[in-house]
Design a protein around this ligand. Sequence first.
Ligand code: GLU
Length: 469
Amino acid sequence: MSITTRFAPSPTGYLHVGGARTALYSWLYAKSKGGDFVLRIEDTDIERSTQSAIDAILEGMAWLGLSHDKGPYYQTKRFDRYKELIQQLLDEGKAYKCFMSSAELDAIREKQMAAGEKPRYPGTWRDRTDHPADQPFAIRFKNPLAGSVTIKDHIRGDIVISNQELDDLIIQRSDGTPTYNFCVVVDDWDMGITHVVRGEDHINNTPRQINILQALGAPIPEYAHVSMILGDDGKKLSKRHGAVSVMQYRDDGYLPQALLNYLVRLGWSHGDQEIFSVDEMIELFDLDAIGQSASAFNTDKLIWLNQHYIKSLPSSDVAEHAKWHFDQLDIDINNGPSLASVIEIQADRVKTLKELAEISVYFYQEYDEFDAKAAKKHLRPVAKDALLLVKEKLSGLSTWDPESIQEAINSTAEELDVGMGKVGMPLRVAVTGSGNSPSLDVTLNLLNQQQVAQRIDKALIYIANRENS
Ligand code: GLU
C-alpha cells in the first residue's frame, strides 16, 4: 500500500512550533515509507483565514525544507465537491435537513446543562418529513445510534467511543457553507490520505469523521494524535514563552537543521540518540515510537543543537542560511571573503547565526569605532612601535597566507623583545575593532594586505589622538 500523509493547517496565524512538529512527523512518515506528503490549507473559516497567514505557513514550511509532493490544496476551492457529497448523503438518507433555530437549540442546551447533562442535539428533525417551506435549514449527518467507533491510533493505541456519545453533526450551515469536519473528511478521502497525523486537540473530531467516512464508503485512515508542547514552565506553549513562530527562530539565528532535530526529539525517540540528520530521521522515524505524554520545550537544548550544527555542517550549507543575517545588517558579503571561509573560523565562537553575523562585520566593512574597553586597554602609546613594525612586516609579505602572517607577528615580538600579546592584542583591536577574534593568522588572512595596513594606520591615529588629549 502506498502511504500518503498530510499537513492541514488553518491559516489563522503563522506556523508555530507545535504545527511544525506535527508537519515534520507527518512529512517524515511519508518520506520514510516512500510515500507522498500533501499540504492542504484549511481556509473554510473565511473570517479568520488570511492571505498573510497562508504566506507565513508556506514560508515556514519552505524554510524548514518540508516540501510537499501534492498541493497546496485550498478548501475554499473545493466547495462544489463538498456540496456534491452532501447532496449524495441527503439522497441516500444519511443526512437530513434540520430546521431548528439557534434560539431553540440554545434553549435546549441550557436545559440540558441545568440538568447536568452534556449538551447535545436531540435528533429532533432526524426522521421528520414535515419540512416547512421557505425556512432556513442546516444539514446534519445521521450519526449511527448504536455501536461504537474505534480509532486506530499509533500513539494512543485503540480508542473506542460509543455512538451514544455523539450527536448529529451539522455538515452544512444554514448559509449553505460546508462545515470544517465535513471538509476534512472529504479531503482526506479524495487526497488518498492513509495516515492522519495531527494534534491531540482534534481527537474529539475523529470518531465523527470516521462515521462520515464510513457513510461515504471511504476507507478509514490510520491516526496519530500528537501530544501538546509545553513551555519550560510546564504550561501550554504560547507567545509568553518567547519565540513560537517558526520564522522567529530563523530571525533569532537558528538553523532549520537544528530546529528540525530539536522538534523531532520533542516527543519521539530512538534509543538515547540526540543528533539526527534529516536523512537519519527519515531512515529511523516511526509513528509508533512517538510518546504519549506532553513534551516541554527546552531552549537550552535547542541552542546546544544549533551550536552543534553551526560547527559540524559543511560551512557552505551554514553560509546559505547565514547570508540572511548579513542582509539584515546591511552587510554586502560580496565585499570581502567568502561567507563559508568566515564561518570556518567563527563557527566555534557563536551560538546563533545572528551572533555570527554580528561578530563578523569587520570582514566586510570597516568598523565605525573601536570597542571602547579594548581600545583603552590595548591601543596605548606603548603599542605604537609594535604596530608600526608589524605593519611594515605585513605590508612587505610577498605571500599572504596564515603562516607568513604568523611569522611576521612572531618576528615583530622577537625584534622588540616583547611578549606576543604586546603585538597581538593591539593588532587584533586595530584590525577587528575589538579584543575578540579567532587567531590572528587566519583572521588577517581573510582580509587583504591593504585593508590590514589601513586599519593599523587608523589605530595609530587613535593612539596619537590619545597622546595629544
Ligand atoms: N486545520 C486543523 C488545524 O489547523 C488541522 C486539521 C487536521 O489535521 O485534521 O488545527
